[in-house]
Ligand binder design. Structure first.
Ligand SMILES: CC(C)(COP(=O)(O)OP(=O)(O)OC[C@H]1O[C@@H](n2cnc3c(N)ncnc32)[C@H](O)[C@@H]1OP(=O)(O)O)[C@@H](O)C(=O)NCCC(=O)NCCS
Length: 189
């Protein structure tokens, strides 16, 4: 009976409304609080954090999800990197995505997917060639992220290879890419 009532309530519940916008300086405290809650304080020990430390995100690629009242309920940022070198010996410009997080009380409403699609769309529109990330393949494969293109790349620290994924925004961008991921974004003032 309770299950039936829950289903009926769900049918009549107002649809979740949220918007994806650019992050502003006023969002920083809310974003950091959300990340601490979603990922724990040791999130700062991750190898990806070495890439992000003392850098600003890639231009136009820090996004937040907001609820109807404008509160931050989701966050994603992308960072400029060099994804190793090409077979010709040229550094390969790319982006590192993360962290992605959604406030636990809003999970399962498609906010994570909306943030991912907005981030990928913006990165594509800005002419970037590829996006890399470290995360659960079971979640990120639906957005086109797979491990094959990162097999000769290494993160600057411990990293589970099965979680080191990439999406090419331009076909063949990571072909033959090999070497260490290096931060290349603008430094914090
Ligand atoms: C992962 C996260 C961003 C997803 O946000 P969300 O708004 O709930 O995602 P969506 O509503 O777009 O998608 C929900 C779906 O993703 C699935 N999913 C969520 N996390 C997953 C994971 N780690 N692996 C596989 N599937 C996952 C859910 O089971 C759900 O599946 P369904 O659509 O079949 O029911 C959110 O759960 C979160 O912030 N988690 C804590 C931080 C984190 O782990 N960040 C990612 C780092 S790898």
């Amino acid at each position: 009976m309770a299950t039936v009532l829950d289903s009926v309530r769900a049918l009549f519940a107002p649809a979740s409304t949220f918007t994806i916008t650019a992050e502003t300086p006023a969002d920083v405290v809310a974003r950091e609080t959300l990340l601490d809650r979603a990922m724990g304080a040791d999130r700062r020990l991750k190898s990806s954090e070495k890439i992000r430390q003392n850098r600003v995100p890639a231009e136009g690629l820090a996004l937040v999800a907001r609820d109807e009242d404008g509160h931050v309920i989701g966050t994603v940022r992308l960072w400029n990197i060099e994804a190793g070198i090409s077979p010709e010996g040229n550094a390969i410009d790319a982006l590192l995505l993360g962290p992605l997080a959604v406030c636990s009380s809003h999970e399962g409403k498609g906010i994570g997917a909306a943030l991912m699609r907005a981030a990928i769309g913006q990165a594509h529109d800005r002419g970037h060639g590829a996006v890399l990330l470290v995360g659960d393949a079971a979640y990120y494969e639906r957005f086109g992220f797979f491990g094959g293109k990162t097999q000769h790349l290494v993160m600057p620290g411990p990293c589970d290879r099965a979680r080191f994924l990439a999406l090419e925004l331009k076909a063949g961008w990571l072909e033959g890419a090999a070497g260490m991921i290096v931060a290349s974004g603008r430094k914090l003032a």
